[in-house]
Design a protein around this ligand. Structure first.
Ligand code: ZN
Ligand code: ZN
Length: 234
């Protein structure tokens, strides 16, 4: 069985990414990736209210856009598969900057509010047969005042709640996730082209959504890969 080249944390112009969904698919498809997940931001209501701005000005999605977003992702998934043989998994990044946690929900079917507690969010993801990932749980070089410490402050309690934790996010490695032997994956947290050159995940499994989710949950044949550019497969 082949190792699959994967990136499970990617933003597009549906939130604060610089690349449109189509351009993201072309970029990763041309590079030869096997599996990507699109994970645009939904932001908690208190953060929106506190900012005094609209969600569009904050470059996050609101609940009313979720249906159209899902539809666009399904359409992009079809194109990605037909054009590149690349699997595209629909997702979101539930972004709670008030209580300071970011959670990836992959392969969910219905809207989940980022205002919910961590436990409620994970339960809802699980109820939809989705996959939950704790994002960038530790200090990142590119953001000093990190808005996502809650997960690490509570990691003893939350350790096995998530299907996986990010052991790497873009340039940052969270060796502590490895040390604790949590289930792990590595992602680019892609917002712009230079972010493509970053830590990624290798998975050894069949190239379909259920097998990918199962492989992450089992977390046996998983590896890290630092992508430096060029074509992965000929
Ligand atoms: Zn985040
Ligand atoms: Zn992100």
């Amino acid at each position: 069985m082949q190792w699959l080249y994967c990136d499970f944390h990617i933003h597009t112009t549906w939130s604060d990414g610089k690349y449109s969904l189509d351009n993201v698919v072309s970029l990763y498809g041309e590079a030869g990736f096997d599996v990507i997940a699109i994970t645009d931001h939904l932001l908690d209501q208190e953060s929106v209210t506190r900012s005094g701005l609209k969600t569009s000005e904050l470059q996050v999605m609101d609940k009313s856009e979720f249906g159209a977003y899902q539809k666009a992702l399904w359409e992009a998934a079809r194109k990605a598969w037909e054009t590149y043989g690349m699997l595209l998994i629909p997702g979101v990044e539930l972004t709670n900057n008030t209580d300071r946690y970011h959670i990836l929900a992959l392969d969910i079917k219905e809207y989940i509010s980022p205002d919910l507690s961590v436990e409620e969010i994970v339960e809802s993801i699980r109820g939809q047969q989705g996959l939950s990932v704790a994002c960038h749980p530790y200090i990142r070089n590119h953001s000093g005042d990190d808005p996502s410490f809650y997960l690490w402050e509570n990691h003893e309690r939350l350790a096995t709640l998530f299907d996986a934790w990010e052991v790497a996010n873009r340039d940052d490695l969270f060796n502590i996730v490895g040390l604790k032997k949590f289930n792990y994956i590595a992602n680019s947290d892609f917002h712009e082209k230079r972010h493509l050159l970053s830590w990624k995940t290798l998975l050894r499994c069949e190239k379909n959504v259920e097998s990918v989710k199962e492989a992450i949950r089992k977390n046996e044949q998983v590896s890290l890969f630092l992508y430096r550019g060029g074509k992965i497969r000929q």
